[in-house]
Design a protein. Structure first.
Length: 105
């Protein structure tokens, strides 16, 4: 089960702890993504980076894989916000529901 931030009575995104810093799992996930990018032949090729990340993640214990997935889902949920949709709309010259999902990754 994912660690939940302590309530401070202030509204903060779910992916930020009560001290305003990313949770350790998110920092770890970011490191793994950066490693996958460095191992990819082209760090801008999303498919290659995904393949590298999948191979790296497959070497972990099932509990670690599930924790990484929960962290990713939490970040995706946190990114479902009107200001981000507005940015996608401006950047892409319009943005449907599916277009917003693609924009978020």
């Amino acid at each position: 089960m994912a660690d939940l931030p302590q309530s401070t009575g202030q509204s903060q995104p779910a992916h930020v702890n009560h001290q305003g810093r990313p949770h350790p799992r998110e920092a770890t996930l970011k490191i793994h993504i950066e490693q996958a990018r460095s191992r990819a032949g082209d760090s801008a090729d999303a498919d290659d980076v995904t393949d590298q990340a999948t191979m790296m993640l497959a070497t972990h214990e099932p509990q670690q894989i599930l924790a990484a997935q929960q962290t990713l889902w939490g970040l995706m949920a946190a990114s479902y916000q009107a200001p981000i949709w507005a940015a996608a709309y401006l950047i892409n010259g319009g943005c449907s529901d599916d277009g917003f999902d693609y924009f978020r990754g």
